[in-house]
Design a protein around this ligand. Structure first.
Ligand code: ADQ
Length: 746
């Protein structure tokens, strides 16, 4: 049967809460998306049954949905039909929608990528993380499925709010369909520092997944900063550190710390109403956790053993009561951990137990909230010592339930909760001796000190409860979206100042999409850009090269300046200041062939494709074609391209025909560098390259480590460039700064 929170206590808690929580007058309808639903469905001999799901995420979100209504989308835990799930959840005050998953999907996406890769890595257990391409691919597919369910539920919602590490790609899939939706994400576990995060082979994919949101929230500022640092260093994204904004393509994403609280009033009321617990007569040190290696249960048992060794006065008097709710039993490490704890408990009990006393009482089961509240209330010490924890709600639940004799909280420094719960006795859980000493200190602390510490902890948790958290998060998620800020001189200085100091600069700029808008009709260089480029060229320490897919004649006429060097036909033709003219010997042949090929490909235009010919290159743009038809049309185009003797290259939404010559924009840049500055050019020349499309990616790849590269435009497309610039205006600002930058001697 489904376990419910105590009805009357709950209603009372809600009524009291309504008086204190500063909720907005009109509460926006929200769609919550998480891996687990608040109930887990099981199939047993009696048929389908549902049980309340255990864990921090459900503890946090349940009161929120109960209060506001809305839709909760998630995996029910077993294969059930929509109708069956509706019947099982009919009494809930909000709608529940299931995302059905097969056993294979659960094995690979949930037990695999989520819990064998992300969970250990994000909790700083890099050695335990396994990296499997198959699991990753399943994670992608399942995230897409959650996104589809979210999209369906999002019709009238003000916000789609996606939760936790299982669904870090889902925002991107939702964004692809609902361009204008309000999307937010909250991570319930730590976000690791750059050095750990980049171990993940799919690091940038996850960043891009999250950056499809308007708001990305974390428990504490440290995690938010780690995330910004990764976005800046791995994606080359622009970060406004004081405002905690990160630019992603044409949007700014707000990042922030939103420390999660608990439903304080509810726990307090539950503790006041709960009957006497059987532990009231004993001195109890309490541990409450999901059975997880991050929770530090073995270390805690060892610390308790050490206490009994160092301070025999506690033998026969104090008990460690450890509750552990079963978790992720399908993952081998969790089964191994269970065995390890069983053995440890048996060993320590065997060592110290007497006929009337056992030092450790260990309950491996879910305990309903009313009973849990009584245990929290009657414990003398809560020993909350995770090795790493996003926040940890047990510490907070304990202080909320401490309504009788004041107890003491011992809290790991490595839990997010330690950032605010200053009055707890904080320990490093790996330091067994220090934890044993902390236990001694807690068990011998005088009442005045216990009372003052507890009062401060309770005051804070009462004030910053789950409703406060929700209001803050929703305000940020629904607030005005931050626009794109033009890059500042300070940023250019940070990115390029030291790199350029004392060197000659060879500046390479793509033309269409970088210096002028990409358009079908040729656009000549606007005056202000021309002036800035001229100013660069006149400095004497800077050479300007312009690159284009057009023919040499065309690009020379458009940019029109004798001081510039020109690279045309995607690098196959080079001419202009300072370099011997270059024309690839096969260019004419392919220019001739490109005309008929473009005409042949033109047939596809009837079905919505767009064919564009630039010199010897022909591009088929399929973005106007319905998604389902694209593969067939691309295949057809590929046949024509190959038959014409060209090389076909897949584009994100199309296909390109290019001469089958191992020469591209990157080769052209190196040709210019070598012929203009000699073979040892890198000793005194720095390369900066700015481009906006896939042909520039060849240059980005080749110039990695040799120069600084910028990709212009939406950050949703992957890039090999070192940094990104949001738009053409930002390119102009960069060129302006380069023209004004301090000289080497300055
Ligand atoms: P968890 O890792 O699940 O949550 P935590 O925050 O401590 O960790 O929440 C555990 C929840 O499960 C608590 O509400 C607790 O009462 C309950 N619980 C534990 N053992 C139980 C038992 N034996 N019987 C019944 N209930 C039990 C993740 C992150 C945390 C983060 C939360 C919320 O790992 O760091 O605080 O999400 O964001």
């Amino acid at each position: 049967m489904m376990e419910k929170r105590a009805g009357s206590g709950w209603k009372k808690a809600l009524a009291a809460d309504a008086a204190v929580a500063a909720a907005p007058a009109v509460e926006p309808r929200i769609v919550v998306v998480s891996n687990r639903l608040p109930i887990t469905v099981h199939r047993s001999s009696r048929g389908l049954e549902s049980r309340r799901s255990a864990g921090g995420l459900v503890s946090a979100l349940e009161p929120v949905l109960r209060k506001r209504g809305g839709i909760w989308v998630g995996w029910p835990g077993a294969e059930v039909s929509r109708g069956q799930l509706e019947a099982l959840t009919a009494s809930e005050p909000y709608e529940i929608r299931g995302v059905p998953l097969t056993e294979t999907e659960v094995a690979s996406y949930y037990h695999g990528f989520s819990n064998r890769t992300l969970w250990p890595l994000f909790h700083s257990f890099a050695g335990r993380a396994q990296f499997s391409r198959r699991d990753w691919e399943m994670y992608e597919r399942v995230n897409e499925r959650f996104a589809e369910a979210a999209i369906e539920a999002a019709a009238e919602a003000a916000l789609v709010w996606i939760h936790d590490y299982h669904l870090m790609l889902a925002p991107q899939f939702v964004r692809q369909v609902l361009r204008g939706a309000r999307l937010a994400f909250f991570l319930h576990i730590p976000f690791p520092p750059y050095d750990l995060f980049r171990l993940l082979p799919w690091d940038v994919d996850l960043l891009r997944g999250l950056l499809a949101c308007d708001l990305v929230g974390f428990h504490v500022e440290g995690y938010a900063r780690n995330f910004l640092d990764c976005a800046e260093r791995l994606l080359g994204a622009r970060v406004d550190w004081p405002a905690m904004l990160v630019e992603h393509g044409d949007r700014s994403v707000q990042v922030g710390a939103f420390p999660l609280g608990i439903d304080f009033e509810y726990y307090e009321a539950a503790a006041r109403q709960a009957p006497r617990s059987p532990i009231q007569a004993e001195r109890v040190v309490l541990g409450v956790d999901r059975l997880d290696y991050t929770k530090g249960i073995p270390e805690r048992i060892l610390a308790f053993e050490r206490l009994l060794e160092l301070h025999p006065q506690y033998r026969g008097k104090v008990v460690l009561l450890q509750l552990a709710v079963p978790s992720r039993f399908q993952v081998a490490e969790y089964r191994q951990l269970k065995r390890e704890i069983d053995e440890l408990v048996a060993r320590v009990n065997g060592r110290f137990a007497t006929a009337s006393w056992s030092p450790i009482r260990y309950l491996y089961r879910f305990v309903p909230t009313e009973r849990l509240a009584a245990l929290y209330r009657d414990a003398e010490v809560a020993l909350v010592t995770p090795l790493r924890d996003g926040m940890n709600l047990v510490a907070k639940e304990f202080v909320a339930c401490q309504v009788a004799q004041p107890g003491v909280l011992i809290l790991s420094k490595l839990a997010g909760a330690a950032e605010t719960m200053h009055e707890a006795i904080q320990v490093n859980p790996y330091n067994i001796d220090a934890t044993a000493q902390a236990l001694h200190r807690a068990l011998s602390m005088d009442e005045a000190e216990r009372r003052s510490r507890l009062a401060a902890l309770r005051r804070r948790e009462r004030r910053y409860d789950v409703h406060w958290w929700l209001d803050g998060f929703l305000r940020a998620a629904l607030g005005a979206p931050a626009g794109i800020q033009p890059p500042t001189d300070r940023e250019f200085r940070t990115w390029l100042g030291a790199f350029l100091a004392g060197y000659h600069l060879a500046l390479f700029l793509d033309y269409e999409g970088t210096l002028v808008p990409a358009a079908q009709e040729p656009v000549s260089l606007p005056r202000p850009v021309r002036k800035a480029l001229e100013a660069c060229a006149q400095r004497g320490d800077t050479d300007v090269s312009i690159l284009s897919g057009r023919s040499l004649r065309e690009i020379q006429a458009l940019a029109d300046h004798p001081a510039f060097t020109y690279t045309a036909n995607q690098g196959l033709e080079i001419a202009g200041a300072g370099v011997p003219p270059f024309r690839h010997p096969d260019l004419s042949l392919y220019e001739e062939r490109a005309g008929p090929l473009a005409a042949a490909l033109g047939e596809l235009c009837e079905r919505g494709a767009r064919v564009e010919r630039k010199g010897a290159t022909v591009t088929v743009d399929l973005s106007g074609v319905p998604r389902a038809e694209r593969p067939r049309m691309a295949e057809r185009a590929q046949v024509l391209i190959t038959r014409a003797g060209f090389q076909a290259r897949a584009l994100p939404a199309g296909i390109e025909a290019r001469p089958p010559i191992g020469w591209d924009k990157g080769q052209a840049v190196l040709y210019i560098a070598r012929s203009r500055y000699g073979p040892t050019w890198s000793e005194n020349v720095r390369l900066v390259y700015v481009g906006d499309d896939h042909t520039d990616e060849d240059a980005f790849r080749l110039l990695t480590g040799l120069g600084i590269t910028f990709r212009v435009g939406s950050a949703e497309t992957p890039t090999g460039a070192r940094r990104r610039l949001p738009n053409i205006d930002a390119v102009r600002a960069l060129v302006d700064w380069l023209a004004r930058r301090p000289r080497a001697s300055a």
